[in-house]
Every structure is written in C-alpha cells, then in structure tokens.
Design a protein around this ligand. Structure first.
Ligand code: GMT
Length: 380
C-alpha cells in the first residue's frame, strides 16, 4: 500500500508513534509518505520506502495566524495525487483530520478517492479538543473520517462520551519495537554504561516527556527529593519544554541539583532507558503513557499515576506501581520499597518486559493497523 502519514513532528508521543509506524510499514514493503511542517524527529532520512514532504506555510501581512491547516490540506491533496496514495493516516485529530477531510474532498472533485484514518492520541480529546474553539469541527471531522482508531479503550470511551460521537472507533494500542527497546544483555557493558550516570551503589531514576504542565515534572523532582534523602540515587530528566525551568529551580531550592541530570531532548532514548532502575511518570492525564511502555520494553518498571489509559498498560504491583495524582510521598515510598528489595524489583523488571513483548510489541500491533487500512480502503 501507499500510505500518507501526518503528525506533529516534534518531541511527543503522537509524533513518535506515527514515525515508528511509518518505519515499520516501510520495513514491510509499503511506501510511506510523511507530510508535515518539518521532518519527524525520529526519521533518520535513510529508510528505504519512506518519503518526506514538507508543508510550506506562507505568511502574509493580513494573516494574524498562518493557516497551517489549509496549507496542509493542499499538500496532502498534491502528494496523494502525485504519488497515488491509497490512504491518509493522520495522528492527533486537531487540525490534521480537518485537513485530511478537505484533501479528500479536493480529490473527489477530481474523480479520485482518498480515504483517511484519524488516530486519537489524548489531549486532542481530553484537553484541547474540549475547547469550544475546536470541539465542533473536531467532532465533525471524526464523524466524517473513513476510519478512527484510538490508542486505548479509555480514550475511545472518552471520545464517545464527551464528544457525542456515534461512529465506530477501533482501539489499536501504542506499540514498541522490542528489538530496538530492550535491556542491555551484556552485564559488563550495562554496568559500564550505567557508570556514565551514577556510582555503582546509586539507584538511577528516569523521566521522559515534553515537559508540559500535564506531565507534572515538578512532582518528579519532589518524588526524587524524598528518595535521595534515604538512598544514594541519581535522576535523569530527558526532554524539554515549558516546565523545565520550574524543575531546575526546584532542584536548586531542594539542594539536589547535583544528583539530577537535565539531558534535554535526546535522539536515542532506547540507549538511556535500560540504564535506569525505575521510570517516574506522575502525569495529570495520560491516554496511554508511551514513555512507560518504552521503559517496560527495556525492563524498567514505572512509578506512575492511575489515570486515563495507564491501567491498561501497567498492572499495579506487577509491572509497575500506580498512585493518585500529586501523592509524591506515596510514590517515593513505593519507589524506595522496590529499590531496597532487589528480588522484587527484578521480578517486576522481568514482568514489565514480558508485557511489552506479549501485548504491545510492533510485531503484534502492526498487523492490526494493516488490517484496518485494508478494511477502510475496501470501504467496509
Ligand atoms: O499530549 C498529547 O495528547 C499528545 C501526545 C503527545 O504527542 O505527547 O500524547 C498523547 O499521545 C501519546 C501517544 O499516543 C500517549 O502515549 C499519551 O498518553 C498522550 N498524552 C496524553 O493523553 C496527555
């Protein structure tokens, strides 16, 4: 199949999923065309069968805001016609599903069919989408999509409930390539790599996000502050965004800045995650929690919040620990209980990797997307 993919190319879970999906589809022999305002950050540009089409957005003095959604619709229609695309797959409904709807209508006027699939990722429904500026048109474009998937049952239920959507929505969970995200098999190599971050007797905790308020990064620092008072530990913060400065100031206020590494945006998180003992994910909202899945594939359990789709991913007490939002004391106590009980932690690490392999590996999820594409293209 020839598939067009649109996503936010920046550092966020929806862009990661869309990019990894394109890479896996191309690896299976499909032709994949990415259409977005910049090249998706995890796209190396060397993958065979993958093409990237930039969306030029011209500004004009009359425009207070350059209409990206219109430019995107035009580019989608061009790329689809010039390359004979079978289908468009857009990630994150706002504004991508509206642009795809316009592109479909543009091609219909030229006698060409261009079905599109919208994948709902999270705040397109639970936060941004609820804003009256966007809700009516997002509901409309979801209803008009030829196919709609959501990355968790929770998000499907929220969409049907909050958006008054009546159409079918297929749950296709996020996935991870279990060969790329995997523990370091060689013990000596693992120990050596870990020494780059921490001493031999120090615990290593990690957090990975785009540092937006919904991720509660200052809670990560508060949880770590309680842990490092009790045991030698280091915290690795991967990513960047509006809340990074608050986290840096808080680390200094708590005088623990020497135990925290702010690494910023990193390309190869699959090399960092296996070095950690636990991932901290204290989010306010998470429709899935892709960072936790990537960690689990690397045998790293999560200390996370019991929100959204997270309980569909993490079995509390088995593959991680779940807590109420903001309960930093309980999260710290849970982490300490694991870090001071190595046999229990080791069992949880094994179970976490097993869950990634048996439920969320790309080899299991890609066929679900491909079957869904075929169904949409056939018009069923
Ligand atoms: O914030 C968003 O909703 C966008 C997205 C992102 O790009 O970070 O995050 C959502 O999509 C991810 C990939 O499907 C999910 O793993 C995240 O849980 C989800 N974020 C939220 O629901 C807050």
């Amino acid at each position: 199949m020839r598939i067009g993919i649109t996503c936010y190319p920046t550092y966020g879970g929806s862009g990661v999923v869309a990019t990894e999906l394109g890479i896996e589809l191309a690896a299976k022999g499909h032709e994949v065309h990415f259409i977005s305002y910049s090249q998706p950050f995890r796209l190396s540009g060397r993958d065979e069968g993958i093409f990237y089409h930039e969306v030029p957005v011209s500004s004009y003095p009359l425009f207070e805001f350059p209409p990206y959604d219109l430019a995107l619709a035009s580019r989608m229609a061009e790329v689809a016609e010039f390359n004979g695309l079978d289908l468009l797959h857009v990630h994150y409904a706002i504004p991508h599903s509206v642009s795809a709807l316009l592109a479909r209508q543009m091609l219909a006027a030229r006698g060409r069919r261009l079905p599109f699939v919208t994948t709902l990722h999270g705040t397109d429904i639970t936060l941004v989408g609820l804003d009256r500026s966007y809700l009516p048109i997002t509901r409309f474009s979801i209803q008009e999509s030829d196919g709609v998937t959501s990355i968790s049952q929770y998000l499907k239920d929220k969409t049907l409930q909050d958006f008054d959507v009546t159409r079918d929505i297929q749950v296709v969970p996020n996935f991870v390539n279990c060969d790329v995200y995997a523990p370091i098999q060689d013990e000596a190599a693992h120990a050596e790599a870990r020494l780059r971050l921490a001493g031999p007797d120090q615990a290593v905790l990690i957090h990975l996000s785009n540092f937006r308020p919904v991720k509660r990064v200052t809670d990560v620092v508060k949880v770590f502050a309680r842990i490092v008072r009790e045991i030698p530990a280091q915290l690795v913060l991967v990513g960047d965004g509006p809340e990074r400065s608050a986290a840096e100031w808080l680390a200094r206020d708590l005088n623990i800045q020497h135990n925290i590494h702010f690494l910023g945006k990193q390309e190869r998180v699959n090399e960092l995650l296996p070095l950690a003992d636990l991932l901290l994910m204290p989010s306010e909202l998470e429709s899935f929690g892709l960072a936790a899945l990537e960690a689990m594939a690397c045998k790293v359990p999560s200390i996370a919040t019991r929100v959204g789709g997270v309980p569909e991913l993490i079995d509390d007490g088995i593959t991680g620990l779940l807590f109420n939002v903001g309960d930093v004391d309980a999260m710290a106590q849970g982490a300490l209980a694991l870090l001071t009980d190595r046999p229990r932690l080791e069992q949880m690490r094994t179970d976490a990797r097993k869950t990634a392999q048996t439920r969320f590996c790309s080899t299991l999820v890609l066929p679900q997307y491909i079957a869904y594409y075929e169904k949409v293209i056939a018009g069923r």
